[in-house]
Write a protein that binds this ligand. Structure first.
Ligand code: AMP
Ligand code: MG
Length: 317
């Protein structure tokens, strides 16, 4: 069985022995292992049931340490790192051979990030190696934003979960890659595009694709509850389902058409950051109800609303 606690020494010792540990970050909880040790990294894929074509993000505590395992930090990457780390921004950089191919699914770039969580930063500072860590959920399911979420789903396979409270940002990091024509967005996430573009200028966004899984982790179906999840107004579902069989995930307002206990709303004040923070926990609560379908509403396409909508669309795919 797993143990949940705040003991950094326990977490450190397990990681040094090549075990996996649940760690808090400001985005979502991660399932961490020694990024330089293939025998440790392979356990992450096993516990998550994650296909090996989906590469992992490597976490460390400083740009100096990043320089020890990447070949090059292009000028725009350095600018973004200096401006936004620690924070919900991941950069794709050319890897040194030191990073096992398993971590990058054979790609020659490695995804790196300095997470902004005091407990995890302290752990990373104490370790002599970086941590590979994807979200700590079974592959394809809703990402965890509390230690309890991790324990509920992976508890029997993870010896220790470091409890850092509820995640402040609540959705995964924004991922930026660097091409010959400039920076490109690989995944929308916890850092709003507008903020990044203020540094880089206008950015293009890569398409998701299931047919080309080497455009990794951008699988079009992801973050999904087990219940049917649709982007439709409640009204439309009433033709097929009784009101008490319908759940709803709304931005600001609850619907008078179905029972209030079947509903979650992300931010009564209409705040995108609050909506992102509440998103995955709300999806989990709805998924646990005795209902047949969940109707979700998209947010306006701006700021973090875009990243929330990206998760909602993929949950519905
Ligand atoms: P997760 O931590 O579960 O959100 O998954 C990490 C995600 O980072 C993957 O699913 C990919 O989308 C992305 N990623 C990691 N490494 C790379 C890379 N070298 N190139 C493109 N995307 C990457
Ligand atoms: Mg994930």
């Amino acid at each position: 069985m797993t143990q949940i606690g705040t003991d950094l020494t326990t977490a450190k010792q397990l990681l040094e022995r090549g075990e996996v540990v649940g760690i808090p970050t400001e985005t979502v909880y991660g399932l961490a292992a020694n990024a330089l040790e293939p025998d440790a990294v392979v356990k992450i894929f096993g516990v998550k049931n994650r296909p090996s074509f989906d590469p992992l993000i490597v976490h460390t505590d400083s740009l100096e340490k990043v320089a020890s395992f990447v070949e090059d930090i292009p000028a725009p990457a350095r600018l973004l790192a200096e401006r936004f780390w620690p924070g919900p921004l991941t950069l794709l950089l050319p890897k040194k051979p030191l990073i096992p191919d398993l971590v990058t699914s054979g790609l020659d770039t490695v995804a790196v990030r300095v997470p902004n969580h005091p407990l995890t930063l302290e752990l990373l500072r104490a370790l002599s190696f970086p941590l590979a860590a994807p979200s700590a959920n079974p592959f394809g399911y809703i990402s965890p934003t509390t230690a309890r979420h991790v324990a509920d789903q992976l508890g029997d396979q993870v010896p220790y979960i470091l409890d850092g409270g509820a995640c402040r940002v609540g959705i995964e990091s924004t991922i930026i890659g660097f091409t010959e024509t400039g920076p490109v967005v690989y995944r929308l996430g916890g850092m709003a595009l507008e903020q990044i573009e203020a540094v880089t200028g206008p950015l293009s966004v890569r398409d998701h694709s299931t047919s080309n899984p080497k455009a990794p982790g951008m699988l079009s179906s992801h973050y999904a509850p087990r219940k049917p999840f649709v982007l439709k107004p409640v009204e439309e579902l009433l033709a097929r389902y009784a009101p008490e069989r319908i759940g709803a995930l709304a931005f600001q307002h609850i619907s008078p058409l179905i029972p209030s206990e079947n509903q979650q709303f992300l931010s009564p004040a209409g705040d995108f950051a609050e909506a992102a923070k509440n998103l995955f926990a709300a999806m989990r609560q709805l998924d646990a109800l005795d209902i047949d379908v969940i109707a979700a509403e998209l947010l306006p396409e701006q700021g973090l609303g875009r990243a929330v909508n990206d998760r909602l669309r993929r949950a519905a795919a």
